[in-house]
Ligand binder design. Sequence first.
Ligand code: GLY
Ligand code: MN
Ligand code: MN
Length: 438
Amino acid sequence: MSANHDAEIYRRRRQDLMACMRGGLAIIPTARQQPRNSDVLFPFRPDSDFYYLTHFPEPEAIAVLAPGRAEGEFLLFCREKDARQETWEGRRQGLLGAREQYGAEQSFPIGEFHDRLPNLLENRARVFVTMGRYRDFDRELLRCTRALRAKQRAGVHAPGEFVELGHFLHEMRLIKKKDEQKLMRAAARLSAAGHRRAMRSTAAGRYEYQIQAELEYEFGLGGSHYPAYPSIVAGGANTCIMHYTENNRRLQDGDLLLIDAGAELDCYAADITRTFPVNGAFSAPQKAVYEVVLAAQQAAIAAIQPNQPLSEYHTAATQVLTDGLIDLGLLHGERNELVETHAYQRFYMHRTGHWLGMDVHDVGDYKVDEQWRLLEPGMVLTVEPGLYLPAAADLDAQWHNIGIRIEDDILVTRNGNENLSVDAPKQIADIEALMADA
Ligand code: GLY
Ligand code: MN
Ligand code: MN
């Protein structure tokens, strides 16, 4: 059983989803194990939708929700117990664990899914699935539906409608309940501790991967089995590569180091970026750019309020960044026009944030009826403005290789917001003090 399993939480989630399904059937497989090389597999990570509804941590499992079904509404197909296999591969819940620990009303060996599927689909008009995620599963479903159609003359009804499960489920996942907020707070705190350790351990001559090791060591100490996404540890010119993950360069005196990394805890992600000088003291140009990004980030965070449209915080960030770029002499012209023509995009090419939850780029619509949706308590989003000034011929050399991003994880609350990643220092004085103390 995985840590802190509270079966009631997951039962309630399944009930909430079933209440939206109006008699339909939902089939939710977990993720596949992915081969890495020869007979070695990548570490297994459950499918987020599946895990959100079951908390069942093992591979080779499929959940079925069948509202109104007399023999049971929650079925779990999973691996059977097998003493010999478990000696080699690790413990399994088995059919009994699925029922007793995870609240399945019925459990079946995963190998029986194929044979039991027609019976489950029969006479269900609508079937909710995560379409397009697992191709062999989609094929199996279609094959079975075709077979049922062939039996129509015998009075059997095949499903008439396949509905994207995400329509309902992802709206549920978008609003984080108290237990989820607690996990996300813990993931962000642990990640912030990793960032602090990285700051303390950074020095010229060390390699990016060594700082990555310091950071991820701290994640591991706190119980995170893996980072929520590949850690970006980017020094010097690499700070201007958005998704740099080679992490193999040596850090130079005078360079900045940009770290974008977060721990995953029980399948909830943190996503934090900090940028700081390798030698512990910002140079004047680095400081000037940093202050612009920090001001943009603070303006964006202030715009995160319940009932505010989601677009507001991006607008706030781009206005402050544009003002800053004008002050630095990097953009020329009238401010509002520069904002409207997106002139800042040369130096700021991504949006200001995204939903955060079980997935680092979490599920949930950003627009409803073509309008940016209004923020609601329980939503969590990142705020991550940046400026990226590569060594371009038309940029004054003092700006070269200054890439700065500052990213926090913000929970929308009833009265405003809560910064979950507040423990990672971002004021210049705090960063310099921490690094001087190391
Ligand atoms: N770490 C990926 C992102 O910030 O979106
Ligand atoms: Mn990030
Ligand atoms: Mn992010």
